[in-house]
Ligand binder design. Structure first.
Ligand SMILES: Cc1cc2nc3c(=O)[nH]c(=O)nc-3n(C[C@H](O)[C@H](O)[C@H](O)COP(=O)(O)OP(=O)(O)OC[C@H]3O[C@@H](n4cnc5c(N)ncnc54)[C@H](O)[C@@H]3O)c2cc1C
Length: 465
């Protein structure tokens, strides 16, 4: 395909990305740009590595600004991968250089510098196709369903296989491939690299577009404005040059990358937490607007449920500022407190879908009998009925229809439902992640909690027989 920009499936996603870059040049969004000491010029703040708590706070607040603009949608905006690239740069020496040698360190630094110059839009892929989750991909009938290295050459390595899900693949400029792995994974899968999406052998197989029909702004105010497209990534014997690889064949080093030296899990969950904090603000506003219209907000059960959304929101607000106040000040970067940011992001895997469920519960059938389109309001005979019977106590008919179209685009449309899957699963499965909060995240703080129990136990008498 040559005309991605005008293809019906990508038109809105491409516009969404363009709006993101334009935002940086609007006066009221100038905080999205900052002087970047590492390259000696102004770049997106999402590529500036924070060296103090103040700078980390500035980055966090810039992300809030971005996500408030998108109302918490556009989860795979360019800044998500910017953050990863920036964190890799910050740890080029103490992680990539130390473990993989100076060539890989230089690669991490050069990929970052390139991003700061060109403001690349990256897609990324992490997860192997869902072929047989009960066995590792090395034991599948074809071990190259998951992307793996098939050949090492002087000019690079050849990789073959696929990954799901790859949001924005067909219209992104660059690809980060960063597979999920365990310390005992087959080393052929243990590779992180960055290549142009136009590299020979790179394919994206897209899902169908969820975009509304032409001119759907009235019926689908969110999905006609902001959409993302998802795909399966296929790498059909792709040559990855050595200078695009930063992690290679040492799966046993993955935990140090995720949890310790680099602390990647803390970083990307911090980003998720901010996306969802902005979304919860929007959902709270939506819950208030739709219930105040017909006075259902006067009922205690409705108030309780709106209160529930607000509690989630306040906990995210506390998590954002708490994660900065208790940030870890390393010599090469200041990073958000991982206990807080990871827990908040894991919490949101259930809290945000619950907020959507609350919207469904408190609005019952009111978002269903909505006239088919804006045209209904142009027919004078029908308009008279609409003005009388579609109005709510607090909203005239037109405002009521607009409001409930917005509601449906969040809780019922294809885009709305896709986002709900995203909110729940974009960091993996919630059951596994919640369990990991215990088995991994707080592992090194166990003594702090258990001591509180043990001290009491030690003070209790030991009766003698
Ligand atoms: C809309 C959307 C967009 C996304 N975009 C991207 C993207 O751009 N890039 C990217 O890399 N990722 C993306 N993801 C995330 C990713 O691709 C996966 O969907 C996500 O990591 C969850 O993995 P999975 O779907 O393979 O489910 P699985 O983890 O396979 O889970 C499926 C089910 O099996 C159960 N299960 C699986 N394994 C186990 C186990 N070991 N023990 C117990 N139960 C188990 C789970 O509990 C779950 O119920 C996106 C996800 C969504 C929904």
């Amino acid at each position: 395909m040559t005309d991605v920009i005008n293809h019906p499936a990508y038109k809105i996603p491409v516009k969404t990305v363009a709006s993101y870059y334009d935002l940086h040049w609007k006066e009221e969004y100038k905080s999205l740009r900052a002087y970047n000491r590492d390259v000696g010029e102004e770049t997106s703040i999402t590529l500036v590595r924070p060296r103090s708590k103040e700078e980390l706070l500035r980055l966090g607040e810039a992300l809030v600004k971005i996500y408030e603009y998108y109302r918490g949608f556009f989860g795979r905006s360019p800044d998500y991968m910017n953050l990863w690239t920036m964190v890799f740069f910050a740890h080029a020496e103490d992680y990539f250089g130390k473990n993989f040698g100076s060539k890989f360190m230089e690669n991490a630094m050069e990929i970052y510098r390139e991003s700061t110059k060109r403001d690349h839009f990256y897609t990324h892929a992490i997860v192997a196709p869902m072929y047989d989750r009960s066995r590792p991909p090395s034991q599948w009938e074809d071990p190259y369903i998951q992307i793996g290295v098939t050949e090492e050459r002087q000019d690079g390595v050849v990789v073959r296989g696929a990954a799901m899900i790859c949001t924005a693949g067909p219209y992104a400029e660059m690809l980060w491939y960063l597979p999920n792995m365990r310390r005992d994974s087959d080393p052929r899968y243990a590779i992180y690299f960055s290549i142009p999406t136009t590299s020979k052998g790179v394919r994206f197989i897209s899902r169908r577009g969820f975009q509304p029909r032409e001119g759907g702004e009235f019926e689908y105010p969110i999905s006609s404005k902001w959409e993302e497209s998802d795909s399966i990534l296929v790498l059909d014997n792709v040559l990855v040059p050595w200078d695009r690889i930063i992690f290679y064949k040492k799966p046993e080093l993955i935990e140090d990358l995720m949890w310790h030296t680099v602390g990647l899990r803390g970083w990307f969950n911090w980003h998720f937490m901010i996306q969802h904090y902005a979304r919860l603000k929007f959902l709270a506003g939506l819950a208030m607007t739709v219930t105040e219209a017909a006075n259902t907000n006067t009922f205690i059960n409705v108030q309780e449920k709106i209160g529930e959304i607000l509690i989630y929101l306040a906990m995210n607000e506390a998590a954002l500022y708490g994660s900065v106040a208790r940030a870890q000040e390393l010599p090469n970067i200041v990073r958000p407190d991982p206990y807080i940011s990871i827990s908040a992001s894991h919490f949101n895997m259930k809290a945000v879908p619950r907020a959507n469920e609350i919207l469904r519960l408190i609005t019952a059938g009111s978002s269903i009998p909505i006239p088919a389109g804006a045209k209904d309001f142009t027919n004078p005979e029908e308009r008279a009925y609409l003005d009388k019977y579609m109005a709510m106590k607090g909203l005239d008919a037109l405002e009521r229809v607009k409001t409930f179209n917005l509601l449906w685009d969040v809780i019922g449309s294809e885009v709305g439902m896709r986002y709900e899957q995203y909110d729940r699963f974009s960091r993996g499965d919630p059951t596994i992640r919640w369990a990991q909060t215990y088995t991994e995240v707080f592992k090194d703080r166990k003594g702090e909690f258990v001591r509180l129990v043990k001290e009491i136990l030690d003070q209790m008498p030991n009766p003698r027989s």
